[in-house]
Each structure stands twice: as C-alpha cells, then as structure tokens.
Ligand binder design. Structure first.
Ligand code: FES
Length: 534
C-alpha cells in the first residue's frame, strides 16, 4: 500500500461510504432542526427521533465530512484528567463528569447493538503514562482523583506495550473504540427509518430565534422548528461569546501497518507537550492491523511547516513501536479546546431554543454523545444533572490566566496585517501550492491548481478578519484566530465562518512567507497549553 504524501486521508473516510442525501431545496417544518451530520448532530437527531420528534438534519457537506471522520475515535476519559477537574470544579463535579462519560460509552454501545450497527465497537482498556519529571506523583494524584470520582482505574507497574513505555501507568477499565464513519452511517439510517429527514450539501448561514421557535436559513430554503441544535464542531451562529472561550488546534494522525495480533488492542495516551495518543484499528487485510498514533498538535493556522508535524509523529511511532511497517494513512483534524478542558453543551448563551455542542477538548466522540443526551433531555423537558457542569455560558474563573494568554495569542495574529512577507512572485507557485501574498495594503490567498491556473481570494477570514495561512498537506486556508478553514478555492470547510473567502483580483503582488506570531501546543492532560494555572 502506497501512502499519498501530499494529501490527508483518514482511514475512516477511506473505508466507509455514506449514503447520498439530497439538498434541502424548499422550506420545511420539523419539531427540531439539527445542523451538522457528525456524531453530535446525528446522535441528537437519533435520540430525538426515538422520542417521536420530527427531525430535519442539515449538513453543509456530507455525513461525517467534518471532524468526526478525522477523529482517532478514542472513547475514553476526559483528556484534561480528573485531578484537574477536581481542582477546578470540585469533587462533586468530577463525579458527575465520570458519570456522564460512562453514560456516553454505554449509550454508544447500546445504540450499536439496538440498531445493529457494524462499527467495530469494542470495549478496551485505556492506559495513561506520564512524561513529567515526577511521573509517579502525577499518576498517583490522578489515580486518587479518578477513584474519588467513581472511575474504575488501577495503577499498573507496566504499560501493555513495553516499547512505548516500560514504566508505571494508569489503567482505565472498559473504555471504548470504534469506526466512527460506520457508526455515523448506522445512525443516519436509523434516523431516516424513524421518519427523520437528512439534507446534505446544505449550509446553514443563520439561526433566527423567534417567540416559540427558530428558523434556520440556508441558501436552499429554510427549516422552521421549535428548537435548533447547532452541532457544527464550533458554532457558526455565535460570532464571539463561545469563541473567546475556546481555541482551535490542529492534531495529526498517522496509521501504520502492524502484524495482526502483534500488539494488544488497547488505548494509550501520555501527558507530553504536545501529547500522543495510540490505538489499533482493523487493517486492510486479514494479516494486518493498523496502529494509529496521533498528536503533534499546534494552534490551527499557526504552524510554519505542517509537514514537519507529520514527520515528528512518524518518528515517534518508529521509535516507540519499531516493528511497525509502512504508513497506510495519515490525516489531521481539529480540536476545539475549552478553557477548562470540558465541552460546552446545552443552551446557546442568551438563547431559549437554540442548543450547541462544542469545545470537544480532544474527547469529541464522548463529549458529543453527552451533549446529544443532554440536549435531547432539555428539548423533551426533562431534567439533566449535568446542565451546570457543561453550561456553554459558564465562566471558569480559575482559568482566567489561560483565558488572558489565549486571547493575547489571538490578538497577536492580527499583527499579520502589518507583516511584509518575502519577495517571491506569485508566478513562482508550483501547481498544488498556495501562499499568502501582499498586494499593496491587501493580503491575498493565492492557489495554483494542478492545471496551472491561479485562484485568488482575500486572505482576510470572513469571520472576524484574521489573515489565513496556507496548509499544504490539507490544501486548505486555515485561520489562526478561531479555527475557520477554507478550501484552496475559498469555500468554507469549517466554521465559525459561514461565508467563503472573498474573491479578489490578481494584480501586482509578491508572495509572502507568513510571519507566525509563535506556535502553541496542546497538552493531553491540563487545559492550559503552556503556562501554570492560578
Ligand atoms: Fe475568527 Fe477567522 S475564525 S477570524
């Protein structure tokens, strides 16, 4: 198997084909309009349809084309760790987090069984090891907090893959892993079997709240409903409130062939900076599995050489699992890191009938499933014990330093408006390359396609105006401020932007090597990407 070193291909998208759904094409009514066909949107729609609600789900692209299909699909404990949650939110909150995570894994397993979804779901144990100066102290603290929270966890002398670490680790019992695209396809089928409607290639650009209901507007018609669920990884309906409380990180994943049965079927992760996460998946034939290794995170749109992150990750894989064979897939995804490491799930701040699922914080599969459960309960008028814990309007006071640091990073991205760039001409762009180019007072995002044609757009992000950066492996324009991503041709791939990069004229211009304001990495444990907490 030969890997395409120029492009990003997730194993999940390459090995499952979602059904094709029509675009909206008319004004429709439903009890609930769900926006986004990733795990958050499809689980919400499924749970609501199971309650007898009529559901219209709209998706800008295709089923799983957002971040779910780019996940590593670990279904495990919170990245941020129970010691951190206990310290910032208290023991009772840590207990509720453990309860919600356990309920999410149970729900995924139950839905898979009830709907006969062949998604390779399996209960596996998860292992955390520490790269800190005092790993024993870190693990002991996490063990005590997790145990107090009610988590089934053990301190173990050795990790199950000795070449990854030969030291002590924590073993979290009965976590999970699956094939996320196969699960989404099963959910979509179950929704339509219950009368729900799914519309793809339909981008929502506005959610208008009115007395007793909402209208979700698209270019292709609108959906009138009593409630809307915005499950688009990061909400497009809220321009600022949530976005100043979370940061977008690009995370990288490589998948290498290994002999089937040569490695145990477990989840492993560390607390390095940036951290690493490991799992197995079904291989392309009967004699191989895939060893999936992720990490090398950085703030979206703030890496000067994304290819280097793939190289670092592969080097880590080869060092820690020397028996691994050739790479079969590699891809990247985006993590929305909240201030306190817990997702924002529930009512959109200031709204009555609009709900959001965002701030996945590296455990998107689990957090999204918790969000779907909560939102279904809220819409059905039921109580949920997790409401305050995940409230999107919460202001975690103990994370104020992290907030200030993060906002400083965002503000510094606007300095790119003033940077000069180098003197390379746009004519120097090879086919398949893109660059941000200064033209007088403007910055242009210029891409040369494989046929040699130049495509020129304003480099100003359509959300709040930061300058986008070219991402060569993904062939995308990425915004360093709040994680919007655009295709090489300027269309929206990922919000919060709802409109593409503005078309621009290709005049006299110089190719500019963008001057990054510095790269931040994201730790597996601890929401703060670099500094001490108060
Ligand atoms: Fe907010 Fe680009 S995503 S300015």
């Amino acid at each position: 198997m030969e890997i395409d070193l120029l492009h990003s291909h997730s194993v999940w998208c390459a090995t499952a084909e979602p059904p094709v759904y029509p675009s909206l094409g008319a004004d429709v009514k439903a009890d609930v309009c769900v926006i986004g066909a990733g795990i958050a949107g499809l689980t919400s729609a499924y749970l609501l349809a199971r309650q007898g609600m009529s559901v219209a789900l709209i998706e800008a692209l295709d089923i799983g084309s957002g971040e779910t299909g780019r996940s590593s699909a670990h279904i495990a404990v919170p990245d941020v760790g129970y010691a951190h949650i206990e310290a910032t939110h208290g023991r009772e909150s840590a207990r509720l987090v453990a309860e919600s995570f356990s309920a999410a894994i149970d729900l995924i397993e139950t839905i898979g069984q009830a709907e006969h979804i062949e998604c390779e779901f399996r209960r596996v144990d998860g292992y955390l090891f520490s790269c800190s100066d005092d790993p024993h102290a870190v693990l002991q603290k996490e063990l005590e907090s997790a145990t107090r929270a009610g988590v089934e966890v053990l301190l173990q002398a050795r990790a199950p893959i000795r070449t990854i670490t030969d030291s002590a680790c924590l073993r979290f019992v009965r976590q999970g892993r699956f094939h996320p695209m196969k699960y989404l396809i099963g959910l979509a089928n179950a929704i339509t079997r219950r009368g729900g409607a799914i519309y793809c290639a339909t981008r929502a650009f506005d959610v208008e709240e009115r007395a007793g209901g909402v209208t979700v507007k698209t270019a292709d018609g609108s959906v009138s409903a009593t409630a809307a669920v915005v499950a688009t990884n990061t909400p497009f309906n809220d321009r600022i409130a949530v976005h100043v409380k979370q940061s977008a990180y690009q995370t990288y994943i490589v998948a290498a062939l290994v002999d089937r049965g040569s490695l145990p079927d477990v989840l492993i992760w560390d607390d390095d900076d940036p951290y690493h996460y490991v799992r197995l998946a079904r291989g392309p034939d009967t004699t191989h599995d895939l060893l999936i290794v992720g990490g090398a995170d950085h703030k979206t749109g703030q890496a000067s050489n994304p290819q280097q992150h793939y190289r670092e990750l592969e080097a880590w894989l080869r060092t820690h699992v020397p028996t691994a064979g050739a790479l079969a897939y590699r891809w990247s995804g985006q993590v929305m890191q909240s201030l306190d490491g817990m997702a924002y799930l529930g009512r959109n701040p200031g709204s009555r009938n609009v709900y959001v699922v965002t701030g996945d914080s590296g455990t998107g599969i689990t957090h999204a499933t918790i969000g779907a459960m909560m939102i279904c309960d809220l819409i059905m008028g039921r109580e949920t014990r997790w409401l305050d814990l995940y409230d999107p309007a919460r202001r975690p006071l103990r994370e104020v330093l992290h907030f200030i640091k993060d906002q400083s990073n965002v503000v510094s991205q606007y300095i790119d408006w003033l940077s000069q760039g180098d003197e390379q001409s746009a004519a120097a762009l090879a086919p398949g390359e893109g660059a941000v180019i200064r033209s007088g007072m403007k910055k242009l995002a210029v891409y040369r396609d494989d046929a040699g044609t130049l495509h020129c757009h304003s480099a100003k992000c359509s959300h709040l105006g930061c300058i986008v950066q070219w991402n060569a492996p993904e062939h995308s324009w990425d915004c360093p401020c709040h994680g919007s991503r655009f295709s090489a041709y300027g269309s929206v791939l990922h919000g919060p932007a709802v409109s593409g990069l503005a078309a621009a004229e290709l005049g006299e211009m110089k190719a500019g090597a963008r001057q990054s304001a510095g790269t931040q990495t994201r730790k597996r444990t601890g929401a703060d990407p670099g500094g001490p907490r108060p």
